[in-house]
Design a binder for this molecule. Structure first.
Ligand SMILES: [Zn+2]
Length: 278
């Protein structure tokens, strides 16, 4: 961990992406719902709202430093080794493997390459707004300091965090190499991150009147229950998935999300184009 000195504040809000569409939980914007004991890191947190996650919330410091593979130089051609230079993101990017002994899986390589391809303006926003991006093998609890989630139930109760492909919370992105229905897990989590860091005063872009109105127009077309979750969850997941589809140039995936409505898809693309130049 590059910032072990302030770990305590990285423990309150999580988004998780799991292999099947299911409820995701957010405590962001609702910190009062987190029992004080949880913030101090003892006991088990049971969020009071249906579809919010249950956490096993042990706040401890890792005593081992994870390996951190170093990037190739910026002018090295793409070698498909997961070490492609990611520009300004290198400051916060943790490749959690030992490049002397380990070859990253194709999913991990793809996650790094997606980051490398981001427009510079978005790299700048992320480098300025995030504390870390962690990439490596396994599910979420294998990475960074999330060992405390191992075996903890997912919001759905059907699986555990071990199978999660990625997560975003408290200005950190964590992406492993577990299978996921999202075409690009890293870009999905980057979508959540931008939703967070690109809005002023602790707000979310997806809560803005402009995006909320756009989402409301999309709702009748939305094909997946994942994007129709109650409260702001469905809207936040749609924001992340729409961003991922557009930035990774998988526009047919966006049209599919919208039940084949190409006109609506164009409106969504226009929003992200205006805001992020993608
Ligand atoms: Zn998500």
């Amino acid at each position: 961990m590059a910032h072990s000195g302030d770990k305590g504040r990285h423990r309150r809000r999580w988004w998780q992406r799991s292999p099947a569409p299911r409820a995701e939980g957010s405590l962001r914007g609702a910190p009062r719902e987190v029992p004080r004991e949880a913030e101090r890191g003892v006991g088990t947190v049971t969020a009071p709202v249906v579809d919010r996650p249950q956490y096993t919330w042990k706040d401890f410091e890792l005593d081992d430093e994870r390996p951190r593979a170093q990037p190739n130089s910026p002018d090295t051609p793409d070698l498909g080794d997961g070490l492609r230079h990611c520009g300004r993101l290198e400051r916060i990017l943790h490749r959690q493997w030992d490049s002397r002994h380990e070859v990253p899986t194709p999913e991990v390589v793809r996650a790094v390459e997606s980051l490398a391809r981001l427009p510079d303006a978005l790299k700048d926003k992320l480098a300025d707004g995030l504390d870390g991006i962690y990439v490596g093998a396994g599910g979420v609890p294998d990475l960074d300091d999330m060992g405390y989630l191992r075996g903890a139930p997912l919001p759905s109760g059907r699986a555990t965090w071990d199978v999660c492909a990625g997560a975003y919370g408290d200005r950190k992105i964590v992406v492993g190499d577990r299978p996921s229905p999202t075409p690009d897990v890293m870009m999905h989590e980057v979508g959540h991150a931008l939703d967070d860091v690109d809005a002023p005063h602790g707000d979310w872009v997806s809560d803005s009147p402009e995006f909320a109105a756009l989402y409301d127009r999309c709702v009748p077309m939305l094909a997946s229950g994942f994007h129709l979750q109650s409260g702001d969850l469905g809207r936040k997941e749609f924001f992340a998935d729409a961003f991922a589809a557009i930035v990774s140039r998988q526009r047919p995936a966006l049209v599919d999300m919208l039940g084949g409505d190409t006109r609506m898809a164009l409106d969504v693309m226009l929003f992200f184009n205006r805001r992020y130049g993608i």
